[in-house]
Design a protein around this ligand. Structure first.
Ligand code: HEC
Ligand code: HEC
Ligand code: HEC
Length: 414
């Protein structure tokens, strides 16, 4: 009981400490807000034109259509300059506009609702320091009848639980800090948790991998085969800080998360996130997949040795931090092969960060290999060197190729 009380008290202190400072100096208040805005990666979605950060205009592709993130700079007419702090809190905590209209969950308020009022107020204090930028709002392109926000009332009743994060007294203060960051501002599950057909989280499978904008955000719970079970706390911290570690490199959407958000967090926060993920229940190891066809493996091996082994090595061990090892790589063995297939189609680049300034690139193979060849080499890397995952079909490569092509044509590519 004593220990519990102490733990709770120390967690309360962790949350409350910046607030106490805030009253003394508005600089530290704004700094607190800036860190939280980094942790929540508000800038990624709320920036269309990179020269106007937070001024909105980026289209967020959802299974229901495109939703444009609005301007959240202090412009009074086209931004949120005229909003009160209560209005701002209502948007983040309840998912509502000042007039009561519901926001779409493409804005991750089902996560932001977990943030404390004090943290949300600090974010507002930071956002008020941005230059006011005037922009023209863009109309959402949603399937009928979802353009009517009134439908979101029902969605909220079914799927949205409002409420500030409650610390778990049985866990350490560090674990609770990690839980707060992952479930609140970091909104990791917005991508990493599978969704139901109405786009809501399947919360019983939290962090176990989800399909998002033609990427598969892998399982990041603590399973060995397809989760972060083989990664140490230090491996996780290094990945979130620099976008790479001995096991993998972040590409696509995760490269953006690292660049705009996690690389800017203090090491103590990254460690807390890692402690939480290493304790996240992955629902057990995935069931053994069916064995791939021998002939497909033979074709896949030949393509791999010809086109991939120069970087990733014949035995799949790669060159850590430059060309990911593919042997034992969890990202390659997800139940859904979208990310592996996409990386082979489009190539990849691990972006530079302050800590690791050199980018490394993998060429695109979409123009060189047929759907069947890509399926074969993807199946091979998912099943060679002790890896095991379901085979990839030519049909699924074709579907992904078409979808990526569509996004490029419509300018909505991610
Ligand atoms: C994953 C993308 C994404 C992230 C991350 C995100 N937003 Fe949003 N946000 C949106 C979208 C999309 C909308 C528009 C939703 C709608 O039209 O219903 C929105 C709407 C809003 C609104 C309502 C504005 C208005 O005019 O109605 C506010 C305020 C807001 N976001 C603030 C934030 C803040 C602060 C953060 C960081 C803590 C943040 N958002 C992070 C996508 C995002
Ligand atoms: C916008 C969507 C998105 C968000 C938000 C996001 N991720 Fe990711 N994440 C991805 C995708 C997609 C990948 C796979 C990227 C790749 O292939 O490199 C990934 C990969 C990862 C990996 C590597 C796993 C492996 O086995 O290789 C880790 C660890 C990770 N994310 C942790 C996090 C954490 C922690 C957060 C929250 C702070 C987070 N992610 C938020 C989309 C996201
Ligand atoms: C010129 C070097 C190079 C070649 C050739 C190459 N790759 Fe890559 N590969 C990279 C780089 C760089 C990355 C991105 C950073 C990382 O994940 O290490 C990458 C990433 C990957 C990933 C994602 C790994 C992860 O950890 O998420 C897969 C899967 C992959 N490559 C498969 C292949 C296959 C299959 C081929 C052949 C068809 C191939 N690569 C050819 C350099 C290369």
């Amino acid at each position: 009981m004593m220990v519990r009380t102490l733990l709770l008290a120390s967690f309360a202190l962790l949350l409350a400490a910046p607030a106490a400072q805030a009253q003394d100096s508005s600089f530290s208040r704004i700094e607190q807000g800036r860190r939280l805005v980094d942790a929540a990666d508000c800038v990624s979605c709320h920036t269309g034109d990179k020269s106007k950060p937070f001024a909105g205009g980026r289209g967020i592709d959802t299974p229901f259509g495109v939703i444009y993130a609005p301007n959240i700079t202090p412009d009074r007419e086209t931004g949120i300059g005229a909003w009160s702090d209560d209005d701002f809190y209502r948007a983040l905590h309840h998912g509502q506009r000042p007039n009561g209209a519901r926001l779409y969950p493409a804005m991750p308020y089902p996560y932001f609702t977990k943030m404390t009022r004090d943290d949300v107020d600090a974010m507002r204090a930071f956002l008020k320091t941005l230059p006011a930028v005037r922009t023209l709002p863009r109309e959402n392109e949603l399937m009928w009848p979802l353009g009517y926000r009134v439908f979101m009332r029902g969605w909220n009743m079914l799927f949205f639980t409002e409420g500030t994060f409650q610390p778990n007294p049985d866990k350490s203060a560090e674990w609770n800090r990690g839980a707060y960051l992952v479930e609140g501002p970091g909104h990791c599950g917005a991508c990493h948790t599978p969704k139901n057909i109405l786009g809501a989280d399947k919360s019983s499978q939290a962090l176990q991998g989800g399909l998002i904008r033609d990427w598969f955000a892998p399982n990041i719970a603590n399973t060995v085969q397809d989760g972060v079970g083989r990664w140490s706390i230090d491996d996780l911290v290094e990945y979130l800080k620099t976008g790479r570690n001995a096991h993998s490199g972040a590409v696509g959407l995760m490269a953006e998360v690292v660049e705009n958000s996690t690389s800017k967090l203090p090491e103590s926060d990254l460690r807390a996130i890692a402690v939480y993920l290493k304790d996240a229940d992955g629902g057990g190891e995935p069931p053994a997949p069916s064995k791939p066809d021998e002939q497909m493996m033979t074709i896949g091996r030949a393509i791999y040795n010809d086109m991939c082994a120069a970087c990733h090595k014949t035995d799949g061990t790669g060159v850590p931090r430059m060309f990911s090892p593919l042997a034992g790589n969890a990202n390659v063995q997800q139940r859904d092969p979208t990310t592996v297939t996409r990386v082979i189609l489009e190539g990849a680049r691990i972006g530079p960060t302050d800590a690791m300034p050199t980018p490394f690139a993998m060429p695109a193979f979409d123009w060189k290999l047929t759907d069947a060849q890509i399926a074969a080499v993807a199946t091979y890397v998912r099943n060679a060197w002790g890896n095991a995952a379901s085979p990839v079909t030519a049909g699924s490569v074709e579907t992904l190729r078409d979808s990526l092509h569509q996004s490029r044509v419509s300018g909505k590519a991610e």
